[in-house]
Design a binder for this molecule. Structure first.
Ligand code: CTP
Length: 226
């Protein structure tokens, strides 16, 4: 009888997930933020840890939190700079990064330490671009590490813009979703892979079902040999 082919066991990935908005201080009491709720990243962290995968969630200023799990560690961040530091510390100990956080594109420059006072004259805020955290990590990644981004885009240019981000940020995959996904309970997504594959969720899923679908699809494609 011929020997069965040798199949390497696939070890579970150690997953680093980011979720929620960033708050970029304007002064000691005010900040710039966006409407991200953190729901999608939290659902991903719950789904990943429920599989027994070692999971770290870097969670921004969200009112929500994940269910406790012995497989899940949560660290909080507030600003893009905090998240940048956390990512640099955590990434080497993980295999996958799923970047669901809605990172600010601009931040006030410089933030005032004191509380700004109201006057009768116009105020202008100067903003500086934030670093692109995902793109930055590409250079410091091991060849076996996988980076997955999110792209929230207008429905009529969803795939084109998401493909552009996939290439620009050197990602293995990107979850493309229409703008209505932000702050919603449901997700409708197309997963785009660096090899050109496109897999659609075929309609809306709850964020918890969407998280399982994303993990299953990524696991099947990114861990299959060849
Ligand atoms: N992202 C990041 N660092 C930033 C901005 C975004 O790592 N400073 C990540 C997001 O977490 C997401 C992906 O990049 O996974 C795409 O984010 P998006 O805001 O859609 O892309 P931008 O690069 O900001 O492009 P644009 O403003 O043109 O949409």
């Amino acid at each position: 009888m011929p020997e069965p082919p040798h199949v390497e066991p696939v070890s579970p990935p150690r997953v680093l997930i980011t979720a929620g908005p960033t708050h970029e201080p304007i002064d000691s009491v005010r900040y710039l933020a966006n409407r991200s709720s953190g729901k999608m990243g939290i659902a991903l962290a719950e789904a990943s840890s429920a599989r027994g995968w070692t999971t770290t969630l870097l969670l921004g200023p969200s009112a929500l939190r994940p269910a406790d799990s012995s497989h899940l560690t949560v660290h909080r961040f507030r600003t893009t700079a905090d998240l940048q530091q956390r990512l640099q510390q955590s990434w080497p100990q993980h295999d996958w990064l799923i970047m669901a956080a809605a990172v600010a594109d601009y931040r006030p420059k410089p933030a005032s330490e004191a509380k700004l006072r109201r006057t009768s004259t116009k105020m202008t805020l100067e903003l500086e671009p934030t670093p692109d955290l995902l793109a930055e990590l590409a250079a410091g990644s091991r060849p076996d590490q996988r980076r997955i981004g999110f792209a929230l885009e207008p429905a009529d240019e969803l795939v084109e813009r998401a493909r552009d981000k996939l290439a620009r940020k050197s990602l293995d995959a990107i979850v493309a979703n229409p703008l209505k996904t932000m702050d919603a309970n449901e997700i409708e997504a197309i997963l785009l892979f660096a090899d050109g594959a496109e897999i659609s969720s075929n309609g809306s899923l709850s964020k918890s079902a969407g998280a399982k679908w994303i993990l299953d699809t990524i696991f099947a494609r990114l861990t299959s040999p060849g």
